[in-house]
Design a protein around this ligand. Sequence first.
Ligand code: SIN
Length: 545
Amino acid sequence: MSRRYLINFDSAELPRIDTDFLVIGSGSAGLRAAIEANRHGDVVLITKGALQESSTRYAQGGIAVAMSEDDEIGFHVEDTLKAGAGLCNEKAVQIMVEEGIERVSELIQWGANFDKEGETLGFTQEAAHQRRRIVHRGDATGAETTHVLVTHLKKQKRIQVIEYAFAVDLMTQGNTCYGAAALIDNTLHCIFAKATILAAGGLGRIYQCTSNPKVATGDGFALAWRAGCEMMDMEFVQFHPTTLFLMGAPHFLISEALRGEGGTLISARGERFMGKYHELEELAPRDVVSRANLSEMELTDSPCVYLDITHLSPNFIQNRFPTIYHTCNQYGIDITTDLIPVRPGAHFMMGGVRTNMNAETGIRGLTACGEVACTGVHGANRLASNSLLECIVFGTRAGKAAAEYAGTLDTQVHASVRIQSYDESESSSDKFNDTSNPTVDVNTAQEIIRELMWRHAGILRNGEDLKKVADALAPLDRSISGNQIEALELQNMLEVARLITRIAIARTESRGGHYREDYAERDDTNWRKHLVVRRNEPTLRFEPV
Ligand code: SIN
């Protein structure tokens, strides 16, 4: 059995912080949850980097919301279910789409400056939406959303933000969560909270090519797994078809909105190719476009394909896509005249910590929201621009549920809890600080994981290769030592890479973000099921939708 805690500690011997609510993560889900919980008590929000740093900040496309005159809640629900390829939780989708309207209106009330057409909100188009329904601020909607939520959060009197604090593990006793152990200024602290909200974001950094920022190393998934949460749909990773591919440049996202505005994909031979792969061409589902890009890269023996938006006027491009325009310009590409070299990258995790409609996990006192959570809204594949919507809707719900739970507690009993992480018996080879095994440099081990996951547990998968990945990952943790943050992150990366691989081996069909070359068809007769896994249960559970 894998270890329960990464570091041995006794809470009685460590610096202690007490609060009503602990929020882990500062993306839009965490920020929104903190604002909500703050109505009911004191909040401590810890975040691994600076307050503004999260995947939200880099979101370009926008927020999908059924607010335009020709749109309806029913249409948005329909598109989301279709993208989710038969695995969405319909109730969760209905909640997200309905409450999303109120949540987006609230952002506007708090100062969000989304683009307008005349006096009314402007809506853009993205793949698989039957209406133009994406509200946006140029191509920097995530930055605008972060700015508005952070500004609003800072006006609240009872929220303490601790930046550069690394949550090492959730503290649990029995089936109750009491907060988290976190490294603050290199010292382990115990943060005791009546209720804990996990909003620690995604895991794209376990793949070699990803649109995700450095912080997205899957920590939240690993924390929840070790604490005994149910993890659901972990095989469904979404790859974005177009991230910038240039030597020396980051895999910067090239938004789907460019294809929404008529951008076309061109192979290294100069041919437009999407018509060969799907009737919706460039606006086909992301998994289809990602695979088509890979296939064309192989056919032309090229490391990338190209995106062409030169049919748009330079003025329009510079106003509508200023971030992409300026970023590409830094690397010598003028997107008003040049083709943009692109390739797919890991972008979003559909699965995660299983929650109910109120963002509650199976552990008392622990809610989860945002990318780390699996409410079932995305099913096997997320519809473009539904992620920020999910974050603000279920972030709010997580804050409310945390407050309700906290209201039921006997505060005295809670305050006297002591957590001793070495209580659980572990074999010596499982101990984090065991130094009897040879060590691998942390950067090298990270590269090994990223490369293995990219090559064999990424866009194209097959049983044989997945098993090779599983075998290669199995012994790696014995070689990792050290309590520095990079080593702890590495343990988390390894844990989530193993989970994804294990579940991807089990799903012998292709659906949404999970494509098996050896089982290339979708199999609704046998596989309209979720795969659920828990740390202390030796076998996977198969649960019909
Ligand atoms: C994009 O701008 O293409 C990304 C939007 C999203 O992932 O929802």
